[in-house]
Design a protein around this ligand. Structure first.
Ligand SMILES: [Fe+2]
Ligand SMILES: [Fe+2]
Length: 277
């Protein structure tokens, strides 16, 4: 049975702010100028790019499924503000899926089939959980990976349309990672207020989960080693960046929750973990 709050109090201001941002910052694939001339003319380069973009497209699609799946989970916990925000997150992932599907049309190529690319699907299965904090820890890895890859593609600037797509996605990902932090720090604030030892144990449990999900990411890039090199992506750098950033981000959410339980706040600029620093 679903649990509804007859009158939600909507008191979580930070989550409400992200919900408004999510609503206001919407855009669509129709805003992209798809007629811009293609810079990639080499046929085999296109083949390789299509292979490398396979985990990107499947990642967007699975993000759409998993975010949509979490909306009823937060409903059962009567976390209405978070539910509101997740509806915009799902729209974002639907848009990303459309963008990459249309980009394949532009390339006139197809992604690798499931049979040829099991690593991508195995990685996604590690992320899913019915416990929101576990799920968000897994998602922290996949979202940070998406952020770094979009960042790398924007820097490579292979094709003006791909660069424009990545620019827009980077803004969306910053919001997703923002919600990840806000939700997790709220959760840890409650946990620390209830029992400090339990909160510490839960933080250790999530750190193990982060590593478990991350272990699933390396085989994806390994499977595309040759193609990544041709395209200009340094896979070892990408994985070590994801490791560094997700570890820091999880730690900062726990720390922020602990401080909040003592009535203190960490300044926003200290919470930012930028790409490539
Ligand atoms: Fe996405
Ligand atoms: Fe995302």
């Amino acid at each position: 049975m679903n649990i509804y709050k007859v009158l939600p109090d909507l008191k979580n201001d930070r989550q409400m702010r992200l919900w408004y941002q999510g609503l206001r910052k919407q855009w669509s694939a129709a805003d992209i100028d798809w007629k811009k001339g293609q810079r990639i003319s080499n046929k085999s380069f296109k083949d390789n790019l299509a292979k490398v973009l396979t985990p990107v497209l499947t990642g967007e699609q699975s993000a759409l499924y998993s975010v949509s799946g979490l909306i009823p989970v937060l409903g059962h916990r009567s976390e209405v503000e978070g539910q509101f925000y997740l509806t915009t997150w799902a729209v974002d992932e639907a848009r990303h899926t459309e963008l990459f599907a249309r980009y394949y049309h532009r390339l006139d190529r197809e992604p690798l089939s499931i049979r040829k690319f099991p690593a991508g699907y195995l990685f996604q299965s590690r992320i899913i959980s019915k416990e929101p904090a576990e799920w968000l820890t897994g998602v922290l890895v996949s979202e940070s990976l998406a952020q770094i890859i979009s960042h790398e593609f924007r820097e490579l600037d292979l094709d003006p349309v791909l660069s424009e797509i990545c620019e827009g996605i980077l803004e969306d990902e910053a919001r997703h990672l923002g919600f990840n932090h806000v939700y997790m720090s709220d959760r840890f604030k409650d946990l620390f207020q209830k029992d400090e030892k339990d909160a510490q144990h839960f933080a250790q449990h999530l750190e193990k989960r982060r590593k478990y999900v991350l272990e699933g990411a390396s085989p994806i890039l390994k499977a595309l080693e040759k193609e990544c090199e041709i395209i200009g992506l340094d896979q070892e750098k990408i994985i070590s960046e994801v490791d560094r950033m997700t570890k820091k981000r999880l730690e900062k959410s726990v720390q922020a929750g602990f401080k909040a339980s003592e009535g203190e706040t960490i300044p926003e600029e200290e919470l930012v973990v930028p790409v490539g620093v």
